[in-house]
Design a protein around this ligand. Structure first.
Ligand SMILES: N[C@@H](CCC[C@H](N)C(=O)O)C(=O)O
Length: 271
């Protein structure tokens, strides 16, 4: 197993990132994710990410993401953004050029500009009202949308009034989304083209400070429900580092760009 790692976060969603491990590397990454993501006994992170260049042209990287519990994330917007930052920083991939990142068999575009790192996410069919749960005593509907991974979204009047981890844990295991479960988002309209979001993440089994695929899901549902127009939306999160979501120029109904800050925190060597 490689010993050098980088700690990095995408708008507060934090990862242990390994780049370009030896081609013959046989690390059991899922197991290592569980061990290293532990906040008290490991490095501590929401997930573990492995990024490696593949031999495809134009430049393409394979990016794998494991949640803190060792499960595979089929899509993680913030992990892809962190991986894109590293390709730019370490391998000299030019800013503002399109890069290809493959995660769980799906190719995402990425683009690093000085202020933000952007990646694309799929926006699949919306299933309105897939489940209902009590929020502060009030029955509340959740819509679902698959943005590369499972998300449900409830529109609420005040996200700060919600016990996100309590409600999130119940909804995450709701029978209508069994057996795979779901990530759970609570969304509030903040004004013209702005939302506030809180996300309970499956696989981390806790609220995270931001979620890229969750921000895309929130914008898809908020657009459908007429809360925002179909153009750029600012999604304010618990990190205080908003993500921006805008429709993809070529497939506005099928994909979106999500962008925001990436911060390299430190590099380390495993004992
Ligand atoms: N934080 C991520 C989503 C990670 C995946 C999720 N926990 C799952 O397993 O579905 C993001 O930024 O998109």
């Amino acid at each position: 197993m490689p010993t050098r790692f980088r700690k990095i976060h995408g708008a507060g969603n934090d990862f242990i990132l390994f780049t370009n491990p030896e081609p013959r590397d046989v690390t059991a990454w899922a197991k290592e994710a569980e061990r290293l993501c532990a906040r008290r006994t490991g490095v501590g992170a929401d997930g573990l990410v492995v990024s490696r260049i593949n031999d495809k042209r134009p430049t393409e990287y394979d990016v794998s993401c494991f949640n803190a519990d060792g499960s595979v994330a089929t899509m993680c917007g913030n992990a892809l953004r962190c991986a894109a930052w590293a390709v730019h920083h370490d391998d000299g991939f030019p800013a503002k050029r399109r890069l290809r990142l493959r995660m769980a068999g799906v190719v995402h575009e990425a683009c690093v500009d000085p202020a933000s790192v952007w990646i694309t996410a799929e926006v699949n069919a919306i299933r309105p009202r897939v489940l209902q749960a009590l929020i502060n005593g009030r029955p509340t509907w959740f819509d679902s949308v698959h943005t590369g991974t499972e998300h449900v979204v409830a529109v609420v009047s005040d996200v700060d009034a919600i016990a996100t981890e309590v409600v999130g844990r119940v909804v995450r295991h709701h029978e209508n989304v069994a057996p795979v479960g779901t990530n759970v988002n609570f969304v509030q309209r903040l004004g013209s083209q702005a939302l506030k979001i809180r996300t309970y993440e499956r696989g981390v089994e806790a609220e995270t400070l931001s979620c890229g695929s969750g921000a895309v899901a929130a914008v898809a549902i908020a657009t459908l429900r007429g809360l925002v127009g179909k153009r750029e939306v600012t999604v304010h999160n618990q990190a205080g580092d908003p993500l921006t979501v805008r429709p993809h120029e070529d497939q506005p109904n099928r994909a979106a760009w999500v962008g925001g800050p990436v911060t390299h925190t430190f590099e380390g060597v495993l004992a």
